[in-house]
Ligand binder design. Sequence first.
Ligand SMILES: C[S@@+](CC[C@H](N)C(=O)[O-])C[C@H]1O[C@@H](n2cnc3c(N)ncnc32)[C@H](O)[C@@H]1O
Length: 405
Amino acid sequence: MTQPPGGEGNGEGVGDLMGFWTNKSRIVITCAKGVPPFLRQEILSLGYSVLSEGRAEVETEGTMEDTLRLNLLIRTGQRVLFLVDSFNAKTPDDLYRKISRIRWEDHIPEDGYFSVTSSVHNPTIKDSRYPNVKCKDAVVDRIKDKRGRRPDTGSERDKVVIHLYWRSNQCQVFLDTSGEPLSRRGYRMIPLKAPMQETLSAAVVLATGWMGNGNFINPMCGSGTLAIEAALIALGRAPGLLRNNYGFMHLKGFDEASWKALRRKIRAEAKDKLNGRIMATDISQQAIEAGKKNAMTAGVERFIEFGVCDFSETPVPGGGGRVVLNPEYGERMGETEHLKETYKKIGDFFKKKCQGYKGYVFTGNLDLAKKIGLRTNRRIPFYNGPIECRLLEYDLYEGSLKRTL
Ligand SMILES: C[S@@+](CC[C@H](N)C(=O)[O-])C[C@H]1O[C@@H](n2cnc3c(N)ncnc32)[C@H](O)[C@@H]1O
């Protein structure tokens, strides 16, 4: 196992700051359930190894410097967690003692501010806030002891974020190098109702296999998240370039000059031209206004053709590609009875207007999905928050359009 570079839990304590930024450790990238296969693929294609894949995370390894690149480039992950120390802790007092052995004064600056998040399943813990308080106290007391002054703390996640993972007796202490979750790209100023998270939208686009090959048609686009993520993917634009604040920027030893150079290099690698067309339509004028504004903030407005119309009237150009719909599914908006008709009409739309394409419907209601009436090619499991969903794939090539009963 890669040794954590920053802690003293194993008694080896690494005091040297450069070492902290350049020594390898385990990196856990969290994501929504269902997303790990796509996140795994992203990590591998960026040249990192995959150590393990869990229900809502993928583990790799690298240096703190690597986390800058990962935060900028990863599309489907939520948080990039860099392991600082791991140890056994049976009780909250154990936890306090071992966390206060970590050299926090090497990581949190003099005028620093930090918050603590946690994921805890330990039999001695009744109130999940308690380990956070214990962890925070351990860090504050250590720094006060070393510097004679307490650092500021609170619940804001816009500066240093420490993440505590505690299962049974096994405890891992991470720096959350993302700070705010990566789904907050910074372009969605107007989310409207029932928007799909940016990172989930990216995973859905990647699940369709669309990388800019052919057209990407997105009727029922709402605030445009799928179309915007599709544009970012096709252009090879790093989603993280849209954001200016990350957790790692608030750590001691952060090298602003090399961060800026990395951003410049990654920005220069993006394309400025699409091979196919990206079209996004919605019946709601308000949704299209929001979609356009969001696309503008994301810097991709000139790559997306927006239009107000019923989904069935969406112009579908020749040349094939992907048609992706995220209709309401009765959980948060819309009534089920009315939606049955809508889903039936999606099947008709696919059959009549989308030949030569692959069709996709992202839904949390499989009963409604049956109304589409076409044979699914694949059913890819996802979660939209707590709701189990499927991305249903339909082959809409001529000759493959068989109705199911
Ligand atoms: C679940 S939302 C899509 C959310 C979107 N993926 C996002 O990230 O914002 C469903 C969208 O379908 C639109 N819609 C509902 N019925 C429609 C219809 N018949 N034709 C076109 N759009 C429709 C709604 O206005 C709504 O914006």
